[in-house]
Design a protein around this ligand. Structure first.
Ligand code: B12
Ligand code: SF4
Length: 480
């Protein structure tokens, strides 16, 4: 048995050029689970403080840790690699644990990075506690379910960990472990307009209300892919929000889920919970692209009356053959009907579209913009970003478009840039056709964007205007 382990959790920064940070919900769940189990961790918040490598190194030189944990989405692989090297260069004997979707390719992650000792697969809350406890007790880490590690020079996966059966068994993250007030100060920038109250009051709390997703789109992977869809009762979510409102003055309930409103019944449940509690809260209606039809106008009006300001729901594409290839299970007409109904209810629609499936042509691109125009929505736009563990990634590999996987993962980041072209169009034709369609759409919808900002919208314009260290000049919306 060892002493109480000294644990460090690093909150990775994925976008050094964007002067915005939101509370790291997943890492906070991990930190909370550790704290509740009697293993408090120190947090090094690289994202909030935009620490450079010298500052991180200086911290590691001053403080010794037995276990260091970090994790991020797989598109941020290059940050994981850099930080793992940095950690082990200063503290070679620490146990380095990596989680989140960058750990979802454990054979490759550990193969490419000798610094990484353990990959935590999927849901991390319980695995991290058992891992730390086993380490402290001097047990064999190979006995811990839900991880991958090296044994005799090979990477092995331990048996899969059962998913946490009920969301109610997962505590809401304890943000007192972080510098929460600093996050709150900039949180209104994650709130899409309109803002019914002054923006200084529009403090936003991201809440993970559901884990997983019952659908299986061919470009999508997330940490809960192996788990069933689970959610908190909305009464529990609203009670939590009310407590956070009392304590911190938050007014915007920001859903941090794969899929928040899975059904109309869940939407009614949320409305009932808000009505019963009688708090002032603003929130986005966050269904898939085809949950509501014209006959649901009254329900959407009720949402609006209870503080909903916007409605999301991804279209991704309007071309039937592409929606089929995506396994998206919606039609463009359903999407348009949902958004038109929502507009009648007084909600502002937003959506996202993704271009570049193999079936994409100038005609399918035009079809997608036409659907956006009919719906009256200017979309957050991206290009297909094939990520490991998805069918579209396998297709890109089969076609020889991802030859060196590590080199590919090191160069990708945001889907707003074209990283892989699966279409028959040359790169410039694809990008120019999309750009021309967006320029036309923003003119038709009267969106105040310049022609060069149609794909990389708010975040990017803000980043150009504001230097990260002086910070926070003018971003108003989250661009996922
Ligand atoms: C907030 C968010 C962001 C934020 C910050 C991301 C972050 N810090 O995690 C920002 C805005 C930066 C972002 C950007 C993008 N995002 Co995003 N984002 C999300 C969102 C909405 C919420 C994440 C979250 O908090 N989840 C809730 C918590 C509880 O889950 P979790 O983070 O997975 O944490 C659990 C485990 O992963 C694990 N874990 C997490 N961290 C750690 C650390 C350790 C040490 C351990 C042991 C375990 C562990 O334990 C946690 C509890 O079980 C998710 C959707 C979702 N619900 O996951 C998408 C999601 C993570 N994003 C996604 C994508 C595709 C993107 C973009 C590529 C989109 C784009 N515009 O290009 C960019 C990438 C940017 C980049 N440069 O790499 C995908 C990830 C795909 C993948 N295979 O990784 C998701 C899953 C959405 C989806 N379904 O497509 N995103
Ligand atoms: S893209 Fe959305 S609907 Fe599709 S599987 Fe992922 S989370 Fe679910």
């Amino acid at each position: 048995v060892r002493d109480q382990p000294r644990i460090l959790l690093i909150n990775v920064c994925l976008r050094y050029d964007v002067p915005l940070s939101c509370p790291p919900v997943g890492l906070a769940c991990v930190a909370t689970a550790l704290r509740d189990a009697g293993f408090p961790a120190h947090i090094l918040d690289v994202d909030l403080h935009r620490l450079d490598d010298d500052q991180i190194r200086a911290h590691l030189e001053r403080h010794a840790y037995d276990i260091v944990g970090l994790g991020n989405i797989v598109s941020g692989y290059r940050h994981t690699k850099r930080l793992c090297r940095l950690v082990k260069s200063v503290q070679p004997d620490t146990l380095l644990v990596v989680g989140n979707t960058v750990a979802s390719i454990p054979e490759r992650l550990l193969g490419w990075n000798p610094e990484v000792d353990v990959a935590v697969l999927g849901e991390g809350d319980r695995t991290i506690v058992e891992l730390v406890r086993t380490w402290r007790d001097g047990g064999s880490l190979a006995e811990v379910a839900g991880i991958a590690l090296r044994r005799d020079g090979r990477v092995v996966r331990t048996p899969a960990r059962p998913c946490i059966p009920r969301m109610e068994d997962i505590p809401f993250p304890d943000y007192s472990l972080f510098e929460f007030e600093k996050y709150l100060e900039m949180s209104w920038r994650f709130v899409p307009e309109p803002h019914p109250i002054p923006r200084e009051k529009m403090l936003s709390l991201p809440v993970n209300t559901a884990r997983g997703c019952p659908f299986d789109c061919s470009f999508c992977h997330h940490a809960f892919k192996a788990c069933p869809y689970r959610y908190y009762p909305f009464a529990t979510v609203v009670d939590y929000f009310a407590r956070m409102q009392e304590r911190h003055g938050v007014y915007y309930l920001n859903f941090w889920d794969e899929l928040s409103l899975v059904s109309k019944a869940r939407t009614v449940e949320l409305c009932d919970a808000l009505e019963r509690r009688g708090i002032e809260a603003y929130w986005p209606v966050a269904p898939r692209g085809n949950l509501f039809a014209a006959k649901d106008l009254d329900l959407l009006r009720r949402c609006k009356d209870l503080g909903a300001t916007t409605i999301g729901g991804a279209l991704e594409s309007a071309a039937p053959e592409i929606l089929a290839a995506m396994n998206k299970k919606i039609t463009a007409d359903q999407f348009v009907e949902q958004m038109q109904t929502a507009r009648r209810a007084g909600l502002t629609p937003n959506t996202s579209v993704v271009f570049g499936y193999p079936q994409e042509t100038p005609q399918t691109i035009a079809l997608t913009f036409e659907a956006c125009e009919r719906a009256g929505v200017y979309p957050s736009t991206g290009f297909v970003l094939p990520l490991p563990n998805t069918p579209i990634y396998e297709l890109a590999r089969q076609r020889g478009l991802i030859e060196d996987e590590e080199a590919y993962l090191l160069r990708i980041a945001d889907r707003q840039d074209l990283h892989v072209n699966l279409t028959a169009m040359p790169d410039d034709v694809l990008v120019e056709t999309v750009t021309a369609g967006l320029i036309r759409l923003k003119d038709v919808l009267d969106i105040p964007l310049s022609d060069k900002d149609v794909i990389k919208t708010t975040y990017y314009r803000a980043a150009r205007r504001a230097r990260p260290e002086t910070g926070l000049e003018a971003a108003t919306e989250d661009q996922p």
